[in-house]
Design a protein around this ligand. Sequence first.
Ligand code: ADP
Ligand code: MG
Length: 732
Amino acid sequence: MHDPDAFRRAQDFLALVPKPADRKALAKAGIADVDSLLRYFPRRWVDPGTFTRIRGLSDLEEGEDVVLHVTVVSVASRRMQSRRGTISTVSVTDHEGGFVDAVFFNQPWIGSRLTEGLRILLSAKIKHYRGRVQLSSPSLLTADGRIAEDQDTGEVQPLEPTRPVPVYRVAGKMTSSRFHTLITTALDTVRDSWFEDTVPEFLRQKHTLVDLRTGYEAMHRPATMQDVDAARPRWAYEEALALQTVLHQRRKEHAALSASALPGKDDGTLAAFDRALPFDLTLSQMHAGVDIGAELAGDVPMNRLLQGDVGSGKTLVALRAMLQAVDSGAQAAMLAPTEVLAAQHYRSLTAALGDFAAESALLRQENGVVIALLTGSLSTTERRRILIDLAIGDIDIVVGTHALLSETTIFYGLGMVVVDEQHRFGVEQREALRQKAGGKTPHTLVMTATPIPRTAAMTVFGDLDVSTLSHMPTGEKRITTHLVPLARYPQWIQRVVEVVGEHAARDEQTFVVLPRIETAEPDPVTGVPQPGVEDYAAFLQSFPSLAEARVEVLHGQMPTQDKDDVMRAFSAGDIDVLVATTVVEVGIDVPNARVMVIVDADRFGVAQLHQLRGRVGRAGDESLCFLLTHTPDESEAMERLTTVTDTLDGFQLAEYDIRTRREGDVLGRAQWGGKSSLKHLSVLRDEAIIRNARDDAEELLTVDPSLLGTPALARLISLIFATADEDLIEAS
Ligand code: ADP
Ligand code: MG
């Protein structure tokens, strides 16, 4: 602890929380100093106007949360009969004279703290037990049910809450009221220097934000709920500023790295390839191509995200970039998340190259490009040959999984890397890449088919430049999606299978996708069967309409050779129905596949369903997607499925996804490298805040690159990003 400031903070904390057991409980909740204690914000506030009446309790549903302001009538504690531990029953009454029992388990101190006549605030859940209502898992909200003493008369007054009461998430033995006591003590006693603001004054003024101390007061002891609302923009802005500051720093760090310039050649392979293309590039492919081409030509490493829906032509954009690298005498690598996808990329790149693809360096004609697939399933001899060719520069483009970055792969001159999926490199991988690129940083292009709304991109991928392919080169696909609610209409499965059979009879193929490989026990609640891949294939074949059809299975646990064989056979049209897991999710192009059947569709996320659906049909052809589900009509899952059924717009679905799921889950900490996900900021709602913070961060760093003037902001950033890089390594 060399930072004297940090030392003072630790001293303050020790003084506040003298008991080691409490400190341990706090540390478990991620609170080890005063900063994080004050930043432990209430989960919600209870407004005194919203207390529940005891008389109304029996009308409430099991599990509902209530808050009561009541008087203790009696307390009885006893040992439990069937289990170890104690049970304390606290009988309480309110001003209308209703009675109810609150039941505390294993909190023997309850008896000594709650005495008859004490006024308390209780937060609890409704439980119906033997025909009566009980309050279960209750917690005491006011500071230990303290009794306020009247200053003048010395008379004991019950505590009558008139202000909103903050409710904190409990941590071990630290109850909500204990948190409140600790935090308010901190607010009253810690020294002023300690409320040094994370947001510089000129920025607070510019955006009319409350200062740090006012912000804390408003969260922890607001006079009214308006106080809370008035403070909130400050916390959102602070978070945005910290985030944008880090992203801006990263952009600058990145710009200081050096890459090999890959300017290409005027009369090189790329030029010849473009001349031979049987179609024109779309406008957005051209834009992306110009940006990428210019960045490759420079010696600052490209760090770009290429996003676009399935079929928008990303692969072609990536290939053209790789050709520019090859024209410059460098090698390019494409990394895929799985071996199936690597193989698929290899096939589509080879197909796109057409006559430009050369078998080997020996047979390389003018403008010939040698492309290789490096996977785990190669024989030792083949593998060794590819590794040697890579090392001596006889391979121009190599496709593989992230295993390509392992130590045994040596490149002759790696110039650029294309990464398929939103995978961010951790520190180790970045270092591995640099070593493979002769100490330089290779240019990087990340492809993603999961569109990200603009502000989200600005937040999450703020250190990346973004190219978006916004229209479909071959026209929109016409996919009709049908929701099949099997809970209500079990017989509809008949019709779905018939449709698959009709397509098979016309030599049009079907994907059937399941959420699991192995058959699982039927759902214990609903009794719905949970078939695996093999069983479902057998089930389908038991229908007369599919008796003639050729049905095969594909899943991730099959040997690689078998997987490849099945995929090849399916691509060649030798299989009618492929029953598979999500190994088919991204990138598998089988133009003749017209039907996608997703079994237990409620098990998949919105983005995944949209990806899967994109696997069927060529533009112009009618294709079909069936979402099969047993989920009840009134469920969240059903709403999700209806949304997917109603729109084909990937961006709209992405927004829906972010709106309905916790943003942190969607945006994922590994994506922006933060320790925790966003706490106060909403990438959809707070677009203006994010924009402002982005400009402000840039301005701030231009004037004060090391944040010497705002040490509190620097500290907050290290608090948020402390373990970011370790996290990335774990996640990858
Ligand atoms: P993505 O990788 O974004 O899913 P692809 O690059 O695989 O999309 O392109 C989908 C299909 O569209 C491929 O068959 C590709 O050859 C074709 N394609 C790409 N760009 C164009 C274009 N500008 N005009 C016509 N067809 C195109
Ligand atoms: Mg593709």
